[in-house]
Design a binder for this molecule. Structure first.
Ligand SMILES: Cc1cc2nc3c(=O)[nH]c(=O)nc-3n(C[C@H](O)[C@H](O)[C@H](O)COP(=O)(O)OP(=O)(O)OC[C@H]3O[C@@H](n4cnc5c(N)ncnc54)[C@H](O)[C@@H]3O)c2cc1C
Length: 256
């Protein structure tokens, strides 16, 4: 497994040598500037500080700031919530990671950000559900309460969505959502569906753009140019799936 990951390391290094634009602009021109018109410095600051109201994201962003390290899944989660839910410009998020990651590698970080955000144009948008991540990955709240200690008094059952904690439980625990810990900075369901609509509206054009050999080569899809052509051919299908579902269905779980 370790060796397979070293291949990924070399793969991304070669991609950057092949096209340095990975550091600056979306590899698929259709997605250039996506979310730029929605730039909200307050939302970006809340994400950087770990104060979005989504505990798994907040714990991860505070852990990143304190330790300089996160595992692959939490890196993917924070990138996904930043781009798909807060709908902020990808480069700012990628720069923040690069600045804080102890293993910050320009070739891997910026290409991974583009891949996680869905800026390539291939099927399968990796949308992570931050609440499901708490239930699946941290059911006892060990990670969340380590990095978000203000939530420690709350029973673990409420850590996936603290804002839904009954007032009586909040009072008993001495935690006041909105004071001790923020409400979610955006309405999760509404933001997610709004993003799907916006992304879906241009996905056909983005998939079709992969017929361009130069872009397909840059995107270096597994399966090479053949894969690019078939995606371009059937770009009718938006091929959208949830990040969690994607991992199970396409066996990508073995490296994430
Ligand atoms: C948004 C995002 C940003 C990332 N930024 C970076 C970064 O700046 N630097 C970085 O090294 N990795 C980055 N990764 C990839 C991956 O998360 C880390 O390499 C891995 O988690 C580091 O932990 P490890 O050293 O214990 O890895 P192991 O799992 O022990 O892997 C060993 C080595 O293989 C390489 N490797 C592992 N996974 C990947 C991968 N998916 N892609 C490319 N190489 C990989 C790394 O060099 C790693 O040190 C990023 C992933 C995401 C989703």
């Amino acid at each position: 497994m370790f060796v397979s990951r070293l291949f990924w390391n070399r793969h991304y290094t070669q991609k950057l040598l092949d096209w340095p634009g990975w550091l600056d602009e979306a590899v698929n021109p259709v997605y250039r500037g996506f979310n730029r018109d929605r730039h909200d410095p307050d939302l970006v600051a809340a994400w950087k500080r770990g104060e979005t109201g989504f505990p798994m994201v907040d714990a991860s962003m505070r852990c990143l700031r304190e330790t300089g390290w996160l595992n692959f899944r939490m890196r993917a989660l924070c990138a996904s919530v930043y781009f798909h839910v807060l709908q902020q410009p990808w480069r700012i998020g990628a720069d923040h990671f690069y600045r804080h990651l102890i293993d910050g590698d320009a070739a891997i970080n910026y290409t991974q950000w583009q891949s996680q955000c869905g800026l390539v144009g291939r099927p399968g948008l990796r949308l992570y559900d931050p609440r499901k991540q708490v239930r699946d990955q941290d059911p006892d709240g060990e990670f969340v309460t380590r990095w978000v200690p203000e939530l420690d008094p709350l029973p673990a059952t409420y850590l996936d969505a603290p804002e839904k904690t009954p007032l009586s439980v909040q009072r008993e625990a001495g935690v006041e959502i909105g004071e001790t810990y923020p409400y979610p900075v955006v309405d999760y369901e509404a933001a997610r569906s709004e993003f799907r609509d916006r992304y879906g509206a241009v996905h056909g054009a983005a998939a079709a753009r992969l017929a361009d050999e130069a872009i397909a080569r840059r995107a270096s899809l597994s399966g090479g140019l053949g894969a690019a052509r078939s995606i371009a051919a059937d770009h009718g299908d938006d091929g959208e799936m949830d990040g969690d579902d994607r991992l199970t269905q396409t066996g990508l779980g073995d490296f994430g």
